[in-house]
Design a protein around this ligand. Structure first.
Ligand code: ACM
Length: 484
């Protein structure tokens, strides 16, 4: 199982077998959507009717208990008489059902009827996460991914108890979210992508559907509008945002660090006020990410003046600021979350420490560990390698509590695995870079420190292979793993 639960015990003489007359019981109606979704999947693969009913069932889902395990915690028991999943919240129940899916045979994930038996070895589990932030980032700017593609990505990452989806919605190559007050951002700024092909963007209706779909998987969307660099798409759409009022051409290559908003113009902040307002209106989550990375074309003194002004606009619209670690060089509003993307670079570590000294918390995305777009090895046909080659072991074998020196464990909110898409233009390529590394980052975010061990993780990861085969996931069959 991945992530490894906090506590699990075998019930050696017990086996649960799902029979054709099985039922799914819900203790109260709040569990109905979770039960319906779970039942729908099991009906497809087992061919059983699996009615969802009030009260107890063969499998009972309850939100009345396990209070001590927190909002995402749950208890699960499978024995010869049935299965119960109990949590204090629907979120915890969802995480518990995610575990139940992994306890069932891999073919339970199939979309056509399969042969049983549908057995679970008797077990009791008591589980809760180490960290509250367990994220994945998808760069939809370098290459655009449609609503349906992002939904499929959500389906897959939610299997590993990921609870944040950071969407990198703007960059030099494309602006991907509708902003009514600045319509050329999408009409023009979203029209292309890396390589010069047709880009795209999410209308407000589509974006709302995406946020809702993520919420149904207990995933909160963290939207990112990258500033003041990585802004060519916006600069190309509106000349007034440029120093000198001259709009550049749209950009479809993959250099970084050449674009910057005009820091000393009022219109820049009027623009950000509108953009952050409209994005915040579509964001039920607390965080709005303002980027702040690689502003190599913004003079540093101007950068230091810009960040607090941009941050204030995020706060004005009711959101907490999130940003890449460079933003910690200036003063940050209370409640800021700083995303560390350094390697072992002391300059990046100093910025992370500076963030924590100001009271910010950290989400850890070390590029040489957690970046899903780094090549696995020299010959990997996709991806980049500026942060090094990132094998499955390299991505798993680190400790979030000690990654950045001189930072207290209490300052770590969690981990995130970013997937940049300069070289990735379809979902198969996204899957190839995401699997099998994402489950390891998800485990670093969920499982207790004492459970983290590469040797046993390798074996558990091997067991995921048959699931991905059933699900049609184009995963990289790394020779580090003895795939089944
Ligand atoms: C980054 O990789 N530029 C955050």
């Amino acid at each position: 199982m991945i992530p490894q639960p906090t506590a699990q015990q075998a019930l050696p003489d017990e086996t649960f077998t799902l029979q054709p007359d099985a039922t799914i019981g819900i203790a109260d109606s709040s569990a109905q959507p979770i039960a319906d979704r779970f039942a729908a999947q099991l009906r497809r693969s087992t061919g059983f009717e699996l009615p969802v009913q009030e009260g107890t069932g063969t499998i009972t889902l309850s939100t009345d208990g396990a209070e001590s395990l927190g909002a995402e915690g749950y208890e699960l028991r499978a024995d010869a008489s049935g299965v119960t999943v109990t949590a204090a919240t629907t979120e915890g129940l969802f995480r518990g059902v995610t575990t139940l899916r992994q306890l069932l045979p891999a073919k339970a994930e199939a979309n056509s009827e399969q042969e049983g038996p549908w057995e679970i070895a008797g077990t009791t589990i008591s589980d809760f996460p180490r960290y509250g932030y367990r994220g994945v980032m998808l760069d939809v700017s370098r290459h655009f991914f449609t609503l349906d593609q992002v939904k499929h990505f959500i389906d897959l990452v939610s299997l590993y108890k990921i609870n944040r989806l950071h969407l990198h919605l703007s960059d030099d190559q494309g602006w991907r979210i509708q902003v009514d007050s600045w319509p050329r951002l999408t009409e023009y700024g979203g029209s292309l992508q890396v390589g010069g092909g047709t880009g795209g963007y999410y209308t407000k209706t589509e974006y709302a559907e995406l946020v809702q779909y993520a919420a149904e998987h207990y995933i909160t969307v963290v939207p990112e509008i990258d500033t003041p660099g990585h802004t060519n798409a916006a600069l190309a759409s509106y000349p007034e945002l440029n120093k000198g009022d001259q709009a550049p051409e749209l950009y479809t290559e993959t250099e970084v660090g050449f674009s910057s908003f005009a820091i000393d113009k009022d219109v820049t902040y009027e623009f950000l006020d509108d953009v952050f307002r409209e994005v915040a209106e579509q964001t039920p989550g607390e965080l709005l990410h303002l980027g702040g990375d690689e502003a190599h074309s913004t003079p540093h003194s101007e950068y230091l003046a810009f960040v607090p002004q941009a941050a204030e606009l995020v706060v004005k619209h009711g959101k907490r600021v999130m940003g890449w670690h460079e933003i910690a060089d200036g003063s940050l509003p209370a409640g800021t979350v700083v995303q560390y993307w350094g390697t072992e670079d002391p300059k990046a570590q100093v910025l992370a420490q500076k963030a924590v000294e100001q009271g910010a918390t950290l989400v850890l995305s070390p590029a040489n560990r957690a970046y899903l777009d780094m090549k696995y090895h020299e010959e990997t046909p996709l991806g980049l390698q500026w942060a090094g080659l990132v094998s499955v072991e390299q991505s798993y074998s680190w400790n979030p509590a000690t990654l950045v020196p001189n930072v207290p464990a209490s300052a770590i909110d969690g981990v995130e695995a970013p997937l940049w898409t300069e070289t990735l233009d379809d979902l198969e390529k996204v899957e190839f870079m995401t699997f099998p590394r994402l489950p390891g980052i998800a485990e670093l975010g969920w499982s207790q420190e004492s459970a983290l061990d590469w040797t046993t993780y390798r074996d558990r990861l091997a067991e995921q292979g048959p699931r991905w085969e059933v699900l049609g996931v184009n995963f990289y069959r790394s020779p580090e793993i003895d795939w089944r």
